[in-house]
Design a protein around this ligand. Sequence first.
Ligand SMILES: O=C(O)CCC(=O)C(=O)O
Ligand SMILES: [Fe+2]
Length: 205
Amino acid sequence: MELFDFIHDPHFNWLPKDGTVNYYGKILTKEEADYFYLNLLEKIDWKNDEAIIFGKKILTKRKVAWHGDKDFNYTYSKSTKTALPWSEELLLLKNKIEEKTGEKFNSCLLNLYHDGSEGMAYHSDAEKDLKKNGTIASLTLGAERKFSFKHKTSGERIDLFLEHGSLLIMKDETQTNWLHRLPPTKKIRTPRINLTFRMIEKTST
Ligand SMILES: O=C(O)CCC(=O)C(=O)O
Ligand SMILES: [Fe+2]
């Protein structure tokens, strides 16, 4: 094994404790990643995200979409969304990721960050509709951005860079014990699309 091979070793756990984060590196060729990036940029019905902060409804600059097996209602940032059906491209990506990871997913939250000024603040994905300690698979398309984890009690930080066409997995106790964020950066002037494949357990419908 070369010195830095662990960076793309999907068995290497990036977290020192209390959870598991595996980085698979690029799971798509440059051509495939470019194709999916352009397809999703154009075809997804991107909408500004609604969040309720201090009781006020706000719209984020970042855009989102939510797709899934059936018209799930999913409450996220205190606002409820209904999943749209899978597109052909989303299903291809879901199948590829399920094959790679041996996990099953029934929904996907998509985020579009137009440039480095847009990011996502520290949070964990542990809403009540999500399977407890279920695996979340995160696919990056477009600009390479830093992604950070922070331990909820010790404050330890882990940073990694998510490449175009790459896959990151968060599993086990990660959402219980760690926060994650996508920090804004002045260095990036091009869009990034992120897909997080998830397992929803309860539906409010
Ligand atoms: O854009 C990312 O890499 C992460 C997005 C995220 O954390 C989320 O959608 O919950
Ligand atoms: Fe998240």
